[in-house]
Design a protein around this ligand. Structure first.
Ligand code: EPU
Length: 420
């Protein structure tokens, strides 16, 4: 198993290009189940989660090969099958095969994901959505089994604007007879990205990116090419790294409109931001101000940047209050940041952080993807070396993070870690 070793103290400087979005790529790959044939996806990030999704599609009969950032996928031989526990437990986004399998074959068998490192993360809204479209759902041996002779359009009011449920329902609804309306739909950019791909395949969808999406189901679908949108969370992570190291970092190939909440916030904290539609430059001050911040659904501040903002708060000037309202248990990074000397008190989903001038390097353990990113960022502003182990988490969602940080002048390396 690898670990990342960061020697802190350098300001990040330089330019890197945004990678493709993990969370946009995952549902888009499963949408290819809907129409058998050959697909070519470009700007696909080289990530473990993307490979896991491609492997899952392979178990259903697809073939794929990834050539750099181009992924070729052939779904001609996909058959009704199951998303097995072994894959789903490693990547919850596997549940995205539910809608497309049900739509194409009238049946789907998907393992329930179980808990994750930071809480229960249910899929009840996915199930309610499929039921509303006419599927009969049973739970058999830990698997959600969905069956439908035919899917029929329905009005679906989501209790929570879930990204995953919106995406899954969208993919099932394009094959349902009649009109589906998803109210309180997620507005995260990954949803319009998925809808755009489905429309390119022939689907009729309006309103994606707003809270009400209308789908006129039943249009014939065929394969279409797709370029994956830039990863707003990856972009955000490097911007935070630039700002908190008093650096000067430029990201190219971004969708600046997708990171609006972060840019507003970084400016308030004293960073200088220069941006056009696709390029963002952040220049960090000697020390950033403290802040009060709540995560929220898009266009609010993303929960996927909460951990990184906590690393920033750990060295900001004063007392910050950081609340996660989307995932109230997502705080596994707190105890690890404390090992680096961060002064953090937790009360339920609220963290109070007293910023210190410096942190001090230590051995820490990554417990999930964004937590790992936060620990690496903290290592950049810690004295001495920080060793972040279990780095496979970071490879799920950040392409070659050590190379990209090195390109920005950080002292970061990957080392093989002897097993237990
Ligand atoms: N929720 C339910 N029932 C459901 C689905 C969701 O109660 O059936 C709740 C969740 O517990 C949570 C809220 O709704 O409190 C939002 O969850 P959502 O369904 O939107 O999350 P997701 O689709 O499972 C995606 C991203 C996450 C990101 C969230 C929120 C993918 C593959 N994952 O998850 O990304 O945190 O949206 O924006 O797109 C990450 O990349 O590190 C990551 C965890």
């Amino acid at each position: 198993m690898d670990k990342i070793v960061v020697r802190g103290g350098r300001s990040l400087r330089g330019t890197i290009e945004a990678a493709g979005s993990k969370n946009a790529a995952l549902p888009i790959l499963t949408a290819a189940i809907l129409a058998p044939g050959e697909y070519r996806f470009t700007h696909v990030p080289l990530l473990r989660d993307v490979t896991t999704m491609a492997r899952l599609l392979e178990t259903l009969g697809a073939t794929f090969h990834q050539d750099g950032h181009v992924l070729h996928l052939d779904t001609s031989r996909v058959e009704a099958g199951e998303a097995p526990y072994d894959l789903v437990k490693t990547m919850r986004a596997s549940v995205y095969v539910l809608g497309p399998l049900l739509a194409r074959f009238g049946t789907a068998r998907v393992s329930l994901p179980g808990g994750c490192a930071w809480g229960p993360r249910p899929i009840d809204l996915h199930i309610k959505g499929m039921t509303a479209l006419g599927a009969e759902i049973t739970l058999e041996e830990g698997y959600v089994v969905a069956r439908a002779e035919k899917l029929t359009g329905a009005d679906i009011d989501l209790e929570i604007a879930s990204v995953g449920a919106t995406g899954n329902i969208l993919m099932a609804a394009v094959a349902a007879h009649g009109i589906t309306r998803i109210r309180n739909a997620a507005r995260e950019p990954e949803i319009p990205a998925l809808a755009e791909f489905l429309v390119a395949m022939g689907a009729r969808i309006e309103g994606a990116g707003t809270s009400e999406i209308t789908i006129e189901g039943g249009a014939p679908l065929k394969p279409a090419p797709c370029r994956i949108i830039p990863d707003r969370i990856e972009v955000g992570t490097y911007l935070i790294a630039g700002a908190m190291t008093a650096g000067d970092v430029t990201l190219t190939g971004c969708r600046t409109d997708h990171v609006g909440a972060l840019l507003v916030r970084l400016k308030q904290l004293g960073a200088r931001i220069e941006a056009d539609d696709t390029t963002i430059r952040v220049v960090g001050p000697e020390r950033l101000d403290s802040f009060e911040l709540r995560t929220d659904f898009y266009p609010g501040f993303p929960t996927d940047l909460q951990a990184q903002m906590m690393a920033l708060a750990a060295v900001a000037n004063g007392r910050s209050v950081l609340t996660d309202t989307v995932y109230t248990d997502r705080f596994t990074h707190v105890a690890e940041l404390q090992r680096l000397g961060a002064d953090i008190q937790m009360e339920r989903n609220v963290a109070v952080i007293n910023g210190a001038k410096r942190l001090s390097g230590a051995r820490v353990m990554a417990t999930d993807l964004r937590a790992s990113a936060a620990l690496i960022l903290a290592g950049l502003v810690a004295d001495g070396e920080t060793h972040v182990s279990r780095v496979y988490h970071i490879d799920r969602g950040y392409e070659r993070i050590e190379e990209r940080l090195t390109a920005l002048g950080a002292d970061v390396r990957r080392e093989a870690e002897p097993g237990p």
